[in-house]
Design a protein around this ligand. Structure first.
Ligand code: SF4
Length: 235
């Protein structure tokens, strides 16, 4: 089976534990206002690869990933190409490589389980802890509900999760929402880490100018991010 891939990163340091090989899948059903990879959106973009060819690219470097690192499927939304993601994860598992899926829960859990069950862990993005705001940010309804379903599923199956949450002044930099998210996450023993990520505009140049709504928004300050960490209880 083949899948469409946007790009690869051999020594990723920010997409899961340790040193990681990151496979950026092409295609995303969401349109997050703060997306810094809008070039991954179109499902027909990228290049086609067979799962075994990706594994072959990784294996010569496996000594770098064997000590607490591994392989992360990111994107775009990797679970949009569900069968291909599951097949790639199976092949990586056979090679005893640690695997993570970086997902926004844009695909219903009933379908996504097939890939989630094979991965060692999830990096689960919470876009906003408020349904209306989440829909405004992502352009799609029910994403927050699906993120919660993914997390509950991981709790029930004992799958390790790192939570990621982009902090955007004027949107998600909201004390009540952050406190509620922190209180909610505290109930989940499967959550090993919470990573608040400061909004930045490094991907702005990839946007069609009239579609980018955050041109006037500045990144949060260091003090604001400290406060966010306190509210989320990030660790
Ligand atoms: S889920 Fe990720 S890739 Fe998709 S639009 Fe949102 S930030 Fe961009």
């Amino acid at each position: 089976m083949t899948g469409r891939i946007h790009s690869f990163e051999s020594f990723g340091a920010v997409d899961g534990p340790g040193v990681r090989y990151v496979v950026f899948f092409q295609g995303c059903p969401l349109r997050c206002m703060f997306c810094h990879n809008p070039d991954t959106w179109e499902v027909s973009g990228g290049e086609e690869y067979a799962a075994e060819d990706i594994v072959k690219k990784i294996l010569p470097f496996r000594r770098f990933y064997d000590h607490g690192g591994g392989v992360t499927l990111s994107g775009g939304e990797p679970l949009l190409q569900l069968d291909f993601a599951a097949e790639l994860l199976e092949q990586l598992k056979k090679e005893e490589l640690h695997t993570a899926i970086d997902t926004s829960a844009a695909i219903p859990l009933s379908m996504a389980r097939k890939a989630i069950d094979v991965a060692d862990m999830l990096l689960l993005d919470f876009k906003a802890f408020d349904s209306a705001l989440c829909e405004r940010i992502t352009g799609k309804p029910n994403i927050l509900e699906q993120e919660k379903e993914y997390l509950e599923y991981c709790q029930s199956t004992g799958k390790k999760v790192w939570i990621r949450h982009v902090i955007v002044p004027g949107l998600t930099l909201n004390e009540a929402h952050l406190k509620a998210l922190g209180d909610y996450l505290r109930k989940f023993s499967c959550v090993e880490k919470i990573e608040p990520l400061a909004f930045h505009k490094m991907g702005e140049f990839k946007w069609q100018k009239d579609l980018y709504k955050l041109a006037a928004t500045e990144p949060p300050s260091i003090d604001e991010m400290k406060k966010v960490s306190e509210l989320l209880g990030s660790y």
